[in-house]
Design a protein around this ligand. Structure first.
Ligand code: SF4
Length: 72
């Protein structure tokens, strides 16, 4: 399937302030050690709106959406 997109984080920029988790904690999780895990990196019809919002609101601009090549 072509055109698959994922949200990724640049850990060099992320300061774990959890703004993204505030948008949707089912997609973004910051743990007690200030480490962000992206639980649902796939951009889907269900997650697209929240992921877009998190990308826009991240104060460090650490999140971005990339095209990924899915194997056939
Ligand atoms: S909002 Fe940005 S800086 Fe904050 S935890 Fe999420 S990715 Fe990191």
């Amino acid at each position: 399937m072509a055109g698959k997109r994922n949200v990724i984080v640049d850990y060099g920029l992320c300061e774990a302030n959890a703004v993204c988790m505030g948008v949707n904690p089912e997609i973004f999780h910051v743990d007690d050690d200030d480490h962000l895990t992206i639980l649902k990196p796939d951009v889907t019809a269900d997650t697209e709106e929240d992921i877009d919002q998190a990308v826009r609101r991240c104060p460090r601009q650490a999140l971005s959406i990339v095209e990924v090549d899915a194997p056939d």
